[in-house]
Design a protein around this ligand. Structure first.
Ligand code: HSE
Length: 431
């Protein structure tokens, strides 16, 4: 019996869109044999019709009008791969309103407008799938929502941004400073044309918001995610970390803490024995702790044409299969939990602190006194000072677990001391 055709409308044919077209062409028979259903590309909307493309499609399949793709009666699933906030959000909502299932790789719209998009989908009785929005080829959202459904998830630690992981790898392994490593990432094609969202941790924060919704069943507003990027990490911090058994990684952390959820993205000193410590170059990895599974880690390509297209096609097939189940319901509620997000000021962890100081008698005492007055206890101190050179010294410290608010208050006071040459640097530590 011939497989039933399912009409696909594609919006956006950049890197990932081209991969999706290739897979649908080359794997159509395999998918039909496996599922009894054949996804068939009906039309593709692109910004620039005149652009040369790696995969040629008949001109009648191309349009510059995404609304026309959505409106086609023979399109069952709209696949949004244009990226960015608008018009992507409006087009996804339009597709839902038109009764189409949606597959998207767009982490920005799911992170920012997920609540609006899922509410519209439930209302209309359609599905929205977004596996490719986090971790490219890594099937982490399905794992969290389905495979690990029997678990209370305790924590997620993710390396979810390839650009920053590449830069930190070059700094760690080749002794480059941040600027040199960024230039190397640009040369190698590992950085976006404008890498600001990556470097500032915002791309990782979008992905963390999505991971946390899937793992903990809570809606996440982006303002509730604490974000710091990697641009202030220095070779000195990397070498200190190495000496004390740590590596520096940009981690996206979602952790259950006393009934609420910590959500934070920041460069982290991570024990070199942690499985994420060995994730190098542009690889992504997500480490999950659950009460039944214990510890699990997923590793894979977080970006790129075919890895991301693989996740998109998997979502297409999943949406087709689920929508045909006899007891099909629209998007199951993503937000089943009432837990709240913990304010960053209430988070506690161990810290690494670096103070660029003028070398004077009593300077370490002055810093330690301020820390002590805020209840911050030091576990290790190192002073790297050059004799009689007043303008080149650093004092580095590790602390016991300390509250974020106390540390920030103490650093503000220390930064105002006349012995400081520059503001202090801090990194949070995870074992
Ligand atoms: N800029 C992103 C990264 C692409 O570096 O991981 C994938 O979202």
């Amino acid at each position: 019996m011939a497989a039933k055709e399912i009409g696909i409308g594609l919006i956006g044919m950049g890197t990932v869109g081209t991969g999706v077209v290739k897979i649908l062409r080359e794997r159509g028979d395999t998918i039909a044999a496996r599922t009894g259903l054949r996804p068939v590309l009906r039309q593709v909307a692109v910004r620039n019709l005149g652009q040369m493309r790696e995969v040629a499609l008949p001109p009648e399949m191309m349009t510059a009008d995404p609304q026309a793709v959505i409106a086609r009666p023979d399109v069952d699933i709209v696949v949004e791969l244009m990226g960015g906030y608008e018009p992507a959000r409006t087009l996804v909502l339009k597709a839902i309103e038109s009764g189409k299932h949606v597959v998207t790789a767009n982490k920005a719209i799911i992170a920012l407008y997920g609540q609006e998009i899922f509410a519209a989908a439930r209302e209309k009785g359609v599905l929205v799938y977004f596996e490719a929005s986090v971790g490219g080829a890594i099937p982490i959202l399905a794992a969290l929502r389905e495979s690990f459904v029997a678990n209370e998830i305790r924590a997620i630690f993710g390396i979810v941004n390839g650009t920053t992981n590449y830069i930190l790898t070059r700094m760690t392994e080749d002794g480059m400073d941040f600027g040199e490593a960024l230039a190397e990432a640009v040369r190698g094609g590992y950085a976006e044309a404008d890498p600001t969202l990556d470097l500032e941790g915002i791309d990782a924060a979008h992905k963390l918001a999505i991971l946390a919704s899937c793992a903990f069943g809570i809606p996440v507003d982006m303002e509730d995610v604490y974000v710091e990027g990697i641009s202030e990490v220095c070779p000195q911090d990397i070498s200190y970390a190495r000496e004390f058994g740590y590596v520096i990684k940009l981690l996206a952390i979602a952790k259950e803490a006393g009934g609420s959820i910590e959500l934070r993205v920041h460069p982290t000193m991570l024990s070199r024995h942690h499985p994420l410590a060995s994730v190098r170059e542009t690889y992504n990895a997500i480490y999950v702790e659950g009460d039944a599974i214990g510890k699990a880690m997923f590793l894979g390509r977080g970006a790129g044409r075919m890895p991301t297209a693989s996740a998109v096609v998997s979502d297409i097939v999943e949406a087709i299969l689920r929508s045909r189940e006899a007891d099909f319901q629209a998007e199951r509620s993503l937000y089943w939990n009432r837990k709240t997000i913990q304010p960053m000021s209430e988070v506690a962890c161990k810290f690494y602190l670096r103070f660029p100081i003028v070398d004077q008698p009593g300077v370490i005492g002055k810093i330690a006194t301020v820390l002590g007055s805020h209840g911050i206890s030091i576990t290790s101190v190192r002073a790297s000072l050059v004799e009689m050179t007043t303008n080149a010294g650093h004092v580095e410290m590790l602390t016991h677990r300390a509250g974020e608010a106390a540390v920030q208050q103490a650093l503000q006071e220390i930064n105002a001391l006349p012995v400081m040459r520059d503001k202090s640097m801090y990194l949070r530590i995870e074992e």
